[in-house]
Design a protein around this ligand. Structure first.
Ligand code: SAM
Length: 460
């Protein structure tokens, strides 16, 4: 063994501060149910890390969490005990090391050494030998060779193979395959989920325009008339329109579904709009800006006080008499048939936004889908009751799971005879690959948006 081996290093060598920060953030996520984005941003602020260090920390945290299920399959072959018997701290150190070895361009020697030093400082000298031995085993194969070694072959079990090769739980892949089939499109979606999304901005109509965002360095979004993309990322808060609430950060898919509701043809009055599940208020702000142009008002409902505050903040720059109600959308405090247009952007599993939340895919369970269903149906029922005859409801989710989308709509419309589905596709001018209708499903791999679902329903 060379005298540079980790075992011969001075035990008091200090751990690399970026890896230490990343490890501690991962512990907050896996150990304390934290959210990676929030925990990482706070840690970067607290440690005053920016530039390349912040980018390295982000890749360590996001990549390790995103690929965690896959790395566990590799580690299960490399550790002599069942992974469940390892201390969670040790398992997270091994996952972090595996990510550097197999999916980052970190030199193997440096990756193992740094992780051994970090292990010593975080959990003690005793465990560092195991980390050293396991990571050396991991480093002996490339990522693709590990997949060949541990995943079922595509011929034998294609979805099982994809689950390991593309880091998605099997039940999530099964749900996606129900909608997309198990061909190439599924691979493309899973790949898209593993890429961080671009930052998309919305110029709230009447308050800012896209040209202003372009002058600030963004480029025009593909389809949303209000959208712009911050190429290369950067802090959107540095743009004055965003800092003042005249513009915001909003996925293009969210802009498109809100705009579809606003532009669907409607006869008669068109001044009373309701956002039934409003927090944090991205769509409320766009709808409020649009209804203001028609001299109307938006009511936004949100049961959680802190999220209702976020809605107020999002609405701060929009002129007009818009209201934020802290309340339960299934228990309307307004008369039936009061509104002209209603958005029901219901709580869902968020399986359409996996690009944004690296830990979400491992945290969600099939039970979440079942548990959310009664609330989703109740909110859609309440939305239909809240709209006047001839008026419109948009049922929206950021999940493509059929139990949360079409099945909810079919169940609710099947029970009542006063509402019909309309073809939503003409409300997405220029947007390709909208499917067979009448509802619309957007996709990360086809549209570069979150997988937003929209069913447009008219009260008869
Ligand atoms: C998918 S999010 C809405 C996102 C929002 N439309 C936006 O674009 O920013 C769903 C929201 O519904 C809220 N919610 C949960 N239960 C609700 C209920 N019973 N009535 C109304 N809203 C509810 C959640 O707190 C959450 O803020």
């Amino acid at each position: 063994m060379s005298d540079r081996s980790p075992r011969n290093r001075a035990p008091h060598r200090r751990p690399d501060k970026v890896r230490q920060l990343a490890y501690r953030v991962i512990r907050q996520v896996n150990g304390d149910d934290g959210y990676a984005n929030l925990a990482l941003n706070k840690a970067l602020r607290d440690q005053r890390l920016g530039g390349r260090d912040a980018a390295f920390a982000t890749e360590l945290v996001h990549g390790t969490l995103r690929w965690q299920g896959t790395y566990d399959a590799f580690l299960a072959r490399s550790v002599s005990r069942p992974l469940g018997e390892l201390d969670p701290e040790l398992l997270d150190l091994l996952r972090l090391g595996t990510h550097q070895l197999l999916r980052m361009r970190v030199d193997s020697y440096a990756a193992v050494n740094e992780m051994v030093t970090l292990t010593r400082s975080e959990v003690g000298q005793k465990r560092s030998g195991l980390v050293n031995a396991v990571l050396r085993k991991i480093s002996q194969r490339s990522f693709d060779h590990w997949i060949d070694a541990v995943a079922p072959s595509e011929d034998e079990d294609r979805l099982g193979h994809l689950s390991i090769a593309k880091a998605h739980p099997r039940w999530v892949i099964d749900a996606f395959a129900d909608v997309l089939g198990s061909g190439q499109a599924l691979d493309e979606l899973l790949d898209a989920d593993n890429e961080p999304p671009r930052v998309t901005l919305v110029a709230r109509p009447g308050l800012a325009d896209v040209d202003e965002l372009i002058e600030a360095g963004a480029t025009r979004a593909r389809w949303s008339p209000y959208g712009a993309v911050l190429q290369g990322g950067g802090d959107p808060g540095r743009i004055s329109a965003v800092a003042t609430g005249r513009a915001g950060v909003q996925d293009e898919g969210s802009q498109l579904v809100a705009t579809a509701l606003a532009t669907a043809p409607l006869e008669g009055s068109d001044t009373k709009w309701l956002d039934l599940c409003a927090g944090p208020g991205g769509k409320s702000a766009l709808l409020a800006a649009l209804v203001t142009e028609r001299e109307g008002e938006l009511t936004a409902v949100e049961p959680l006080k802190h999220r209702a505050e976020l809605v107020r903040s999002n609405l701060r720059a929009v002129p007009g008499d818009h209201r934020v109600l802290v309340g339960d959308g299934t228990k309307p405090t307004w008369p039936s048939g009061w509104y002209d247009r209603v958005l029901a952007d219901v709580p869902c599993t968020g399986l359409g936004a996996l690009r944004r939340r690296p830990e979400a895919r491992w945290r969600r369970t099939p039970e979440d889908v079942t548990e959310l269903r009664p609330l989703q149906e109740a909110l859609l029922g309440s939305a239909i009751t809240s709209v006047r005859p001839g008026g419109l409801v948009a049922y929206v989710t950021c999940s493509p799971h059929p139990h949360e989308t079409r099945e909810v709509v079919d169940a609710v419309l099947g029970r009542r005879g006063d509402a019909v589905l309309e073809d939503a596709r003409p409300l997405f001018p220029g947007v390709p690959s909208l499917g067979d209708g009448p509802d619309v499903q957007l996709w990360p791999h086809l549209h570069g948006t979150d997988a937003m679902y929209l069913a447009l329903i008219r009260r008869t």
